[in-house]
Write a protein that binds this ligand. Structure first.
Ligand SMILES: Cc1cc2nc3c(=O)[nH]c(=O)nc-3n(C[C@H](O)[C@H](O)[C@H](O)COP(=O)(O)OP(=O)(O)OC[C@H]3O[C@@H](n4cnc5c(N)ncnc54)[C@H](O)[C@@H]3O)c2cc1C
Length: 430
């Protein structure tokens, strides 16, 4: 079942249709919000989830608008050995095989195969980040990842850090090395039927109200008052799982405003801009094996990696991040498509243009309900995640991937953070 089926059943339910005064209101029906609501439901605490979009899943989203489906947001179950989604998928009977990289890999510079001397010069630079993070002592002081790599010089330092554009989605000068060092690692599993579909399916049976963007939270009284265009609901406690990008953009007005400690923590966290652009390519494979990667690295800051015909689907999926992805997002889907088709035509040949079909471009950076791909601690602010997770006034919790410590940036971390907040709320007296 996709999120669309759920949406059809939930979208039209007005705010007051069921328990008008729930114990708990959860804002956001992504991995964190769904996990929190599930836990509260199991604890017997009446809970309503208010979701701005017309679907469940948030930044996990299996998009089938082009026909063949792909995950436009989260795709990998990272550190799968301890990721809650491994267990949830097993319970729901959803297969989650190990990630397997098929096809070949080719490196390009400005649409042309990279010359051997350049490849040799760059070899090894990519691995430098991990090597340095293993040995760097960041207890006394934090650095940006760019600073950590600066002695590689102006030629190789950008190469070494460019891989982060496709993992963290951010420029290395804006990434705290200490926070990066803290992130968990492990096996990666995939969800062939869609990670977004899995998360949405896990939300079945919860009281989720779709199309309900929350605009205001008043936590001055004994109950928290939460306002959407449909009205105001009150509850004993509220768990806010919207992305930090939404909070930083002032998408929700808090009365009184959030404590200075939380606001300072928010100021220390930015949003990366990992972005996928999917292009339908039908009827022609140009002799390219399914799953092949074409990696454009000519200009370090305009890095883009194409996965060609993954799992034999009629799709080419481009991955980019940082300021380049922000520029593409702002330019919009038509301009993004043009750039991608031009580059692929240079790589593959002019005949590619005839086979290139429509584009799907979920631009998370310009999306008002995410404002980016996932949270990134700025250098010097590695403690911001823990501060953000602290309860506020005994009735307000901020939860979601940004508060997930070493699990941050991931759907698994979001889920654990949602459960942690729910456990604290479940201990409150009604
Ligand atoms: C391109 C991309 C690739 C990624 N790849 C991976 C990956 O491979 N593996 C991985 O684990 N993670 C990945 N992630 C990150 C992962 O998707 C997120 O960390 C995770 O889904 C966040 O879950 P969450 O519940 O914290 O937030 P969200 O999923 O963003 O949920 C928050 C919800 O709040 C809603 N909302 C926002 N504003 C309001 C409002 N005002 N009122 C009501 N509701 C509101 C949103 O619509 C959303 O549904 C990726 C993300 C992106 C963008």
């Amino acid at each position: 079942m996709g999120s669309g089926a759920l949406a059809a059943g939930l979208a039209s339910r007005p705010l007051s249709a069921r328990a008008a005064e729930p114990d708990v209101i959860v804002i956001g029906a992504g991995a964190a919000g769904i996990a929190a609501a599930k836990q509260l439901q199991a604890a017997g605490r009446p809970t309503i989830v208010l979701e701005a979009r017309d679907r469940l899943g948030g930044r996990t989203f299996t998009d089938s608008s082009l026909g063949p489906a792909y995950d436009a947001g989260a795709m990998f179950i990272h550190w799968a050995e301890r990721n809650p989604w491994t267990e949830i998928a097993r319970e729901l009977g959803v297969p989650t095989p190990d990630e397997s990289w098929g096809g070949g890999f080719q490196l390009f510079a400005n649409g042309k195969p990279m010359v051997a001397s350049d490849r040799t010069r760059r070899r090894g630079a990519f691995g430098e980040i991990d090597r340095r993070l293993e040995t760097a002592d960041l207890h006394e002081r934090d650095l940006s990842v760019a600073q950590l790599l600066s002695d590689l010089g102006p030629d190789l330092a950008p190469v070494a850090s460019s891989g982060l554009l496709l993992s963290i989605g951010e420029e290395s000068s804006r990434i705290s090395a200490r926070d990066y060092q803290r992130l968990w690692s492990g096996e990666d599993y995939v969800v062939p039927s869609g990670y977004g579909n899995l998360v949405a399916r896990y939300g079945a049976g919860l009281d989720i109200r779709l199309n309900q963007p929350v605009t205001a939270i008043d936590w001055s009284g004994s109950r928290v008052a939460i306002t959407t265009a449909s009205g105001t609901l009150r509850a004993r406690a509220c768990i806010v799982t919207v992305p930090v990008g939404v909070l930083k953009a002032g998408g929700i007005r808090f009365t009184p405003e959030l404590p200075a400690r939380s606001r300072d923590a928010l100021a220390g966290i930015g949003m990366g801009a990992l972005t996928k652009i999917a292009l339908k390519v039908e009827g022609e494979r140009f002799g390219i094996a399914p799953g092949t990667t074409y990696f454009e690295a000519g200009a370090g800051s305009r890095l883009i990696s194409f996965e060609l015909f993954p799992d034999n689907r009629d799709l080419v999926i481009g991955y980019c991040g940082g300021d380049f992805a922000r520029d593409l997002s702002t330019a919009g889907p038509a301009a993004a498509r043009e750039q991608v088709v031009d580059l692929l035509a240079a790589m593959i040949g002019g005949e590619f243009r005839k086979a290139a079909g429509p584009v799907s471009f979920p631009a998370w950076w310009t999306d008002p309900f995410s404002h980016g791909s996932y949270s990134v601690c700025l250098p010097g602010h590695a403690n911001a995640r823990d501060i953000l997770a602290e309860p506020i006034g005994g009735k307000l919790w901020l939860a979601g991937e940004a508060t997930a410590g070493g699990g941050a940036m991931t759907a698994g971390g979001a889920t654990l953070a949602g459960r942690t907040a729910a456990a604290a709320v479940a201990r409150l007296k009604v």
